[in-house]
Ligand binder design. Structure first.
Ligand SMILES: Cc1ncc(COP(=O)(O)O)c(C=O)c1O
Length: 380
């Protein structure tokens, strides 16, 4: 017997974990003032890039003495620029708990060939920060997008550390209150919590990170798009919007729109509140249904953006096939797009709960999850 489909559908079925849903008020018309066909070095281009940097500082509460740069190649570009430019001066500790963190380990161990201490945790868990030596340079991911975990806070990071902390905050920026005094390098891309476009990365540097850049030259060659110093001095222009190479002014306009929207919902506090409310919908749904669980068992480390779920029901014969079939059923119905678990992650679902997703859409989605689960249990 066919399971009755819910009456209400999500208005926006986009629950992808990147690129994420655009802000609810977005339309292409929002980009009509883009400085298209103009030089990014002309006054209009420069002022938009500077505005992007300073509005980012204002919303995220980034200290005045931290540099903020718009760099090529999205978050990956920002992270690799940081690692290639800063690492090698002192011992390194790499922390990884999912696919992207593991990618940074590969960069450092296999490409830069540094003899790093590598600490890993399984999907759904994080490394115990009390075991980390912060006199080393430490590289980690705040929010594990592919495993649905996040750091609960930065309390274990000492203020008087000798090493630098290099933090990939792609799925955390604009969804958590990052402790800037504990972080020397923070990166993210526009395509995540803000629902912006990919292409450019944000690279945020503490004064100590700048000091390292100005006092240390890595042993390996640095391509032009990684170079942040000239003659041993920081190229300050990069952090005023004089980008290393040509940015997309369309993507910049889109970012400015997303920042404006973030302000309109209450800035960082409003963005966090929206993500928390969204995650609470999933939390209630998981509590009410014994066939589904969070991949992150400990609530203290559960992400409020990339929420990862696993099925737990004895009737399921092939876990991976089942999860895929549920995601496909929902996509075919047009009620949830791109919610299958990441390709390297354990089988299950991954539902983006960042601020650009409407809580009412998640409330509609969970009813469809029940429908898809029951339909698939019957059909398998
Ligand atoms: C934690 C994390 N780091 C890095 C990336 C790579 O980001 P991008 O593709 O924007 O470079 C992602 C993308 O999903 C991510 O989730």
């Amino acid at each position: 017997m066919a399971i009755q489909a819910p009456a209400t559908r999500p208005v926006n079925p986009r629950f992808s974990s990147g690129p994420c849903a655009k802000p609810p008020t977005f339309s292409l018309d929002a980009l009509k003032d883009a400085a298209l066909g103009r030089s990014h070095r002309a006054a209009i281009g420069k002022s938009k890039l500077k505005d992007a940097i300073e509005t980012t500082r204002e919303i995220l509460g980034i200290p005045a003495d931290y540099r903020i740069g718009i760099v090529p190649a999205s978050d990956t570009g920002a992270m690799e620029m940081a690692m290639w430019s800063l690492l090698g001066q002192r011992p390194v500790e790499m922390l990884a708990w999912e696919s992207f963190g593991s990618g940074w380990v590969t960069d450092v161990v296999k490409q830069l060939k540094l003899d790093a201490v590598v600490k890993t945790a399984d999907y759904g868990e994080i490394v115990d920060f009390t075991t980390v030596d912060f006199d080393r340079d430490v590289v980690f991911t705040w929010n594990g997008t592919t495993s649905g975990v996040r750091l609960p806070n930065g309390d274990a990071i000492p203020a008087d550390r000798d090493g630098l902390t290099i933090c990939d905050a792609t799925s955390a920026a604009f969804a958590v209150d990052l402790p800037w005094d504990k972080l020397d390098v923070v990166t993210y891309s526009w395509q995540k919590v803000l629902g912006g476009e990919a292409a450019h990365g944000m690279l945020i540097l503490s004064p100590r990170a700048v000091e390292r850049l100005e006092s240390y030259t890595p042993a390996w060659p640095l391509p032009k798009i990684f170079r942040m110093t000239k003659g041993g001095k920081l190229i300050e222009g990069i952090f005023r919007g004089e980008t290393i190479n040509t940015p997309s002014m369309l993507a910049v306009e889109d970012y400015l729109f997303a920042l404006d929207w973030a302000k309109s919902v209450g800035g960082l506090a409003g963005m966090i509140a929206r993500a928390d409310a969204n995650t609470a919908v999933i939390g209630k749904f998981v509590a009410e249904n014994d066939w589904i669980d969070f991949l992150a068992v400990d609530p203290a480390i559960r992400s409020n953006t990339s929420v990862c779920l696993k099925f737990s029901d004895d009737r399921i014969k092939d876990g991976a096939a089942f999860a895929k079939a549920v995601a496909k059923r929902l996509a075919d119905e047009g009620v949830a797009l791109d919610i299958g678990a990441y390709r390297d992650a354990p089988a299950g679902l991954r539902i983006w709960c960042g601020a650009t997703v409407e809580t009412s859409d998640l409330e509609a989605l969970v009813l469809w999850l029940v429908w898809a689960f029951e339909s698939e249990v019957t059909a398998q």
